[in-house]
Ligand binder design. Structure first.
Ligand SMILES: [Fe+2]
Ligand SMILES: [Fe+2]
Length: 317
């Protein structure tokens, strides 16, 4: 059995001092946004509580699905590298970048260099770079596959992109992992599901991702970005694929989004008969303790029939 912890959207703060030159870009809108919202609702203290509880649960591996920083300033990227060292060694922690980690052109390259230890696939040539996704790591009975949907966008946009090159490589990795009898877990920042994020925050390439699932199959998709503890399903070649989101790891109680959570997923069973159990743990009102929130089986039998109907209708179009 593999016990996998999943957290996302850490948005580490506070922001370091910013020069006017650094603000003369998309960052000006992000900086105002951060001053208004994130500074008030996202807290390092909360991130510390989440991380302490993850450590107490002693998972075999930890997945971090992006948005480690806010504006991808050099000092933030370095701060995030130091935070990752607290989370765990690169072999035990897998990271994929989010849109905030690629906030302006060039930022993603810097993040890949700084966080390479946590983003290298098995047997991959170092260093990690933005063209090297997806990467695949085998840990226990699972293949952890990291896809990058991060890219710099125009101001007020937070969209992601899943292109044909990554789609081809992802397909090959899924087939290879299937041949090896591994449970296939995909990590991606943006939810690859239609309607899961607002228009200006959506993933371009959702149709492409859907086709990869239909042609190659997978057992689980983990994502962040929406800051919501959601569960969607996609049709897959080898059965329905659960798509699991999570609340932002630094979200304080009382904001417009659910307070901080992380997912703890137990992967058990054998090829073609995997058992996936999800436990959500997080902050609840009037408490400074991380608690069990809900347990859910990710068995395809749990997929709501109405969602399946909608998916098959859109498939028929
Ligand atoms: Fe985020
Ligand atoms: Fe995001």
């Amino acid at each position: 059995m593999l016990r996998l912890a999943h957290l996302s959207d850490v948005h580490l703060g506070p922001l370091p001092d910013i020069s006017y030159r650094e603000l003369a870009s998309k960052r000006i809108t992000g900086y105002i946004n951060w001053q208004r919202n994130r500074k008030a609702n996202l807290h390092d203290h909360v991130i510390g509580l989440i991380l302490d509880d993850i450590k107490a649960q002693a998972p075999d591996h930890i997945a971090v699905t992006g948005d480690l920083v806010n504006l991808a300033l050099d000092a933030e990227v370095e701060f995030a590298r130091q935070w990752l060292e607290l989370v765990g060694p690169g072999d035990d922690v897998s990271v994929v970048p989010g849109n905030h980690d690629a906030y302006v052109p060039g930022a993603l390259d810097k993040a890949c260099r700084a966080w390479g230890d946590w983003m290298w696939g098995d047997g991959m040539d170092r260093p990690a770079h933005r063209g090297a996704f997806p990467y695949m790591r085998v840990r226990g009975n699972a293949a952890l596959i990291g896809v990058s949907s991060a890219r710099a966008t125009a101001p007020f946009m937070a969209s992601g992109y899943f292109g044909s090159t990554q789609a081809r490589r992802l397909g090959r990795m899924l087939d290879e992992a299937k041949t090896k009898g591994l449970c296939r877990v995909i990590m991606i920042h943006h939810p690859p599901v239609r309607g899961a994020a607002p228009q200006h925050k959506r993933l371009f390439g959702i149709g492409r991702f859907k086709k990869v699932m239909e042609k190659h199959g997978a057992e689980l998709v983990l994502h962040g970005h929406t800051h919501l503890p959601s569960l969607y399903w996609l049709d897959g070649r080898d059965g329905d694929v659960p798509v699991v989101g999570v609340a932002a790891a630094g979200q304080a109680v009382g904001g417009s989004k659910p307070a901080a959570q992380f997912n703890l997923i137990e992967i058990d069973g054998e090829p073609n008969a995997w058992t996936l159990n999800l436990q959500r743990r997080g902050l609840v009102a009037d408490s400074d303790r991380i608690q069990h929130i809900v347990a859910q089986s990710l068995d395809a039998a749990e997929r709501p029939q109405v969602q399946k109907l909608i998916a098959s209708r859109s498939h028929a179009k």
